[in-house]
Design a protein around this ligand. Sequence first.
Ligand code: CMC
Length: 435
Amino acid sequence: MPPAIYTDKHAALGISDIRLDCPVITGTEGEQAIDVAQLRARTGLVALDPAFVNTAAVKSSITFLDGELGILRYRGIPIEELADRSSFVETSYLLVYGDLPNHEQLHRFSTLLTRHSLIHEDMKNFFTGFPPGAHPMAVLASMVVSLGTYYPDSLNVDNRAQMDITIARLISKVRTIAAFAYKKSIGQPFVYPQNHLRYCANFLNMMFSVPAEPYEVDPELEKAMNLLLILHADHEQNCSTSTVRMVGSAKANLFASISAGICALWGPLHGGANQEVIEMLENIRDDGGNVKKYVALAKDKASTFRLMGFGHRVYKNFDPRAKLIKVAADRVLSRLGIKDPLLDIAKELEDAALSDDYFIERKLYPNVDFYSGIIYRAMGFPTNMFTVLFALGRLPGWIAHWREMMLDPTTKIARPRQLYTGPTHRHYVPLEERG
Ligand code: CMC
């Protein structure tokens, strides 16, 4: 990995009579950052940057994203090329290990994933402990952290020899857990993984086949699944990935760190938005299909309503994933012979928003979640599984970041500072003396 380069530029910071020269570092794509590592030690002050809008918390060589130009590359390779030519398993290898695998590496990695697809039989009992209607994201997060109890050999993060096997276990088993959670929620028997099936086909088989009749995985669905998982596979320091890194920085094991990431992803401002988008489109449909009314509502500061699937902290031009998914939505629906009125409403909503000054001025474009749900729906996934599918896709990215951090000898526990704004020193008052 080419290192970040310290330039001869400095940013000078003057506070009273202290002058701090902060080095300016350049990344491999020319992005620049001010290194404030000496700030507190030299000045006693901390930097306040709510929501990390300006703060790079790490140097990372996994994913490059340019929000102005709409560029997204995994390990240097444009997302468009991976979407067109790669498979999810190959892309996972690329993200985690840094380069595209050769034949032998890909074969070894795929074999590991195949071998580790089963979960311990006792874990099947866990699914019965959840109430009917339990959200599958809660089930997924619980099951992933519980996996650690079955693999105590995977809990020591300093055991490098064990890391690859832990990674393969997780990538393989999360797919089985996701499918089992769905089967449990609809009262159907669990379908076990099949070693002869490829990663996505195996998942679709566990999701949609039943023991009572034969099931052939539709190649169109397998292709769509591969595409969607690849497009979700990493997105540098987003909320869930930063959570994985934060938890992992305490040397928490991979299962615990990923479980935390799943919980963060569930939030409706993050991965949970894909479920919210479809629910919003259904509301618009049931309300007569008047998209203008909802665009107006999204602009109304007195309302908490937002256009779900719109806007992004980093993309201020377009989200390249959304572009690819929109094209795929048309293709998949037409190949499956499905006409979904929600797709028409989504397109109308996009047109209405993109020609509205509010959205233009704020540079709000459809994001990855806007059209993905339309495809998932056409494939037969229920709405509450959408964020689970996002998690399945994001898994290699989370793992790549966790591994990058664990292998970096300079990693320290993440521990932000704060600016305290509470009461100043006061004394304890006994209960009987309080007003
Ligand atoms: N609908 C209406 N107004 C919006 C929207 C939206 N979807 N998104 C942002 N705005 C407005 C916001 O009210 C603010 O207006 P003003 O300047 O007048 O106060 C301005 O645009 C900037 O928004 P922000 O909330 O400061 O932006 P942010 O970078 O903090 O938030 C976001 C980014 C993605 C959380 C936000 O755009 C949002 O809530 N979008 C809807 C939820 C969504 O689709 N999330 C998925 C994100 S992509 C996949 C992922 O990361 O998981």
